[in-house]
Write a protein that binds this ligand. Structure first.
Ligand SMILES: [Zn+2]
Length: 216
């Protein structure tokens, strides 16, 4: 297999991939995104790019450290690039993901998860690990669909009314101001929700913390 992007390095501390980070490209079309992800001057990349028609393209070997995550953390650990695999889905950020892209993503996730022994709790969005800085894969991304196939976690039923901050930390969210964390949580678990923190946020976050906690 030919890997087209030169933008990668050694994983630090011999880290094996233990997380999968999902992105959208945020660019007008896949060709522009591909050019940028392969441009040495841009210094960005991802292991996989899913084109508009659903074709997957391997840009960086999975055992190398691609430059997709940037600043951020998950479960108290930074340098996410060293321990993750990044998947970019071609999408400008303002429209639904194509059915063919989601089908490819599911196949790709299943294979990557099997290859590196990664569980559904370790499939996260870029916005999860970088609250306030990143919003991809965004409110249109269908986490529930992935969860139904065991490829991610996305609880449907609420849990207890417990302090939101505790639940968000238990899930893995990094520290940030409360409004920023709430926005990141909603982007993934309650897309479209607005206004100040409410009981529905706290109950769903508690359910998520419980679901993630089964794997931690
Ligand atoms: Zn991203």
């Amino acid at each position: 297999m030919t890997h087209s992007s030169p933008n990668h390095g050694e994983r630090r501390d011999d880290a094996r991939p233990s997380l999968i980070v999902i992105h959208y490209t945020g660019m007008a079309d896949a060709a522009s995104a591909r050019a940028r992800l392969c441009d040495p001057a841009a210094e960005v990349s991802a292991h996989w790019l899913i084109h508009d028609d659903g074709t997957p393209e391997a840009l960086v070997p999975e055992d190398r450290r691609a430059w997709h995550a940037g600043a951020g953390a998950w479960r108290g650990r930074d340098d996410v690039n060293s321990r993750s695999i990044g998947i970019e889905i071609a999408n400008p950020g303002n429209r639904p993901f194509a059915a063919a892209q989601m089908t490819t993503l599911e196949l790709l996730l299943a294979r990557i998860m099997a290859r590196w022994s990664i569980g559904p709790e370790a499939v996260i969005g870029h916005s999860d690990m970088a609250p306030g800085r990143k919003i991809d894969p965004g409110a249109r991304f269908d986490w529930a669909r992935l969860a139904r196939q065991g490829l991610a976690i996305h609880p449907a039923a609420p849990g207890e009314d417990r302090p939101l901050a505790d639940s968000l930390t238990a899930i893995g969210y990094p520290e940030a101001d409360p409004g920023t964390r709430l926005a990141a949580f909603r982007l993934r678990f309650r897309p479209g929700a607005t206004g100040p923190e409410g009981e529905a946020d706290r109950r769903l976050a508690d359910a998520a913390a419980t679901a993630f906690g089964r794997f931690y």
